[in-house]
Design a protein around this ligand. Structure first.
Ligand SMILES: CC(C)(COP(=O)(O)OP(=O)(O)OC[C@H]1O[C@@H](n2cnc3c(N)ncnc32)[C@H](O)[C@@H]1OP(=O)(O)O)[C@@H](O)C(=O)NCCC(=O)NCCS
Length: 184
């Protein structure tokens, strides 16, 4: 079961079918979609969020193949972003995330990923996972560093941004533990 994760400013809760209108509102933005895998359609269709939840996101959780959290900023319950953690190998890596553009630059995704790292490494006892980002996506790269990740090199990219390169990172329980200990 996908648990509720809470931080100082955020509640991460399992995504629900009722989140479709909020996802449609915030995700339908080329500055977000250009950094998603090329399978995400652009222009984003009117039923894009509904289709994503019905045919991918909700089955992912129901079939226990992964976790999909809606990011909500206290005290609101509106879904303003997403963190996905896949429990199986995937060409786009194990973790993906996005945040509504009006909330960028406040450290919110760093805070969300801290909670997800604790859950993945301490509760699920996963030892390591792979994460990717478009070479041109400096914010996403920084978030890998904030997770204590190790840069493994570049692989071929496939993004709407036309970025031809993807950075591959390994995030490990040991690296996360070390980073947290250094911050304390
Ligand atoms: C990536 C994203 C989730 C970041 O969310 P956010 O809440 O703004 O991130 P944070 O504020 O926690 O911090 C991100 C870090 O990136 C840094 N950063 C932001 N923009 C940057 C840029 N263009 N180049 C380099 N670093 C950048 C920030 O300074 C911060 O680092 P710091 O804590 O050392 O100062 C958000 O920009 C987004 O949704 N982008 C589009 C979707 C996307 O790229 N998803 C990831 C796909 S792999």
């Amino acid at each position: 079961m996908t648990p509720i994760l809470e931080t100082e400013r955020i509640v991460l809760r399992p995504m629900a079918a009722s989140d479709a209108p909020a996802i449609q509102r915030h995700f339908n933005n080329f500055d977000i979609i250009k950094y998603m895998g090329a399978a995400v359609p652009w222009p984003y269709p009117d039923n894009g969020a509904e289709d994503f939840l019905k045919n991918y996101g909700l089955p992912l959780m129901a079939e226990k193949r992964g976790h999909l959290w809606a990011i909500t900023v206290k005290p609101d319950d509106e879904c303003v972003g997403c963190v996905e953690f896949r429990l199986f190998d995937h060409k786009d890596g194990h973790r993906g995330f996005w945040l509504a553009e009006h909330l960028w630059g406040q450290g919110l995704m760093s805070e969300a990923l801290e909670a997800v790292n604790d859950f993945v490494f301490e509760d699920l006892k996963i030892k390591e996972f792979i994460e990717l980002n478009a070479k041109s996506n400096g914010a996403s790269r920084r978030l890998k560093e904030h997770s204590g990740g190790t840069y493994l090199g570049d692989i071929a990219g496939d993004y709407k941004s036309d970025d031809l390169k993807s950075e591959k990172w390994r995030i490990t329980a040991a690296g996360w533990k070390k980073l947290k200990a250094a911050d304390e």
